[in-house]
Design a protein around this ligand. Structure first.
Ligand code: NAG
Ligand code: NAG
Ligand code: NAG
Length: 149
């Protein structure tokens, strides 16, 4: 009886650690630092000429769009991206980012930008796992107080 419950307990631990590996931090999200509002009737080719970027670069920066036909007028395209480097990790003790964000003086929006494995509500953290709480540099529109002049 004891042996069976020990085995069951161990398999729960193994399952929990394999789940934890899946959600482990892979680092900050690629951030869009410059955007462009698509005018009426524009195609990826037109925009490529205007923006000085080829079609594959436009698609890489905007994975949701299709370059077949005209682009939806008014769509906001990303035209320049930045891959920040994480400079500090902290260990989660909770499943939300509230505690870590306030401890490290960053907003929830920062926290989500710094960790590409958390959801948009910052509610799927895994206790005991490292999360990025600081990156090198500021970007336009960064809500971090230290980036506001
Ligand atoms: C498209 O632009 C990217 C970024 O400037 C460049 O790395 C790539 O070689 C270009 N591809 C072609 C087919 O010109
Ligand atoms: C933060 O943790 C991630 C995931 O373990 C790791 O890849 C990264 O190198 C760490 N970064 C720093 C600055 O310690
Ligand atoms: C957090 O940021 C605010 C605004 O810049 C600053 O006044 C405050 O001292 C910071 N707190 C900590 C703990 O760093």
């Amino acid at each position: 009886m004891y042996a069976i419950s020990t085995a069951a307990f161990v398999s729960v631990l193994v399952l929990a650690s394999s789940l934890a590996v899946i959600v482990q931090a892979t680092g900050p999200r690629t951030l869009c630092t410059e955007t462009y509002n698509v005018p009426e009737g524009a195609t990826c080719d037109n925009l490529g000429a205007i923006l000085g970027a080829n079609q594959s670069a436009i698609l890489t920066m905007n994975p949701g769009i299709s370059c077949e036909g005209t682009l939806p007028a008014g769509e906001v395209l990303c035209t320049k991206t930045w891959d920040p480097t994480c400079t500090l990790n902290a260990t989660a003790t909770d499943t939300t980012c509230d505690g870590l964000a306030s401890k490290w003086n960053i907003t929830q929006a920062d926290f989500i930008n710094y960790n590409d494995n958390v959801n948009g509500d910052c509610t799927d953290l895994v206790s005991g796992q490292p999360y990025c709480v600081s990156i090198s540099g500021c970007y336009p529109g960064n809500p971090d107080p230290v980036c506001q002049q």
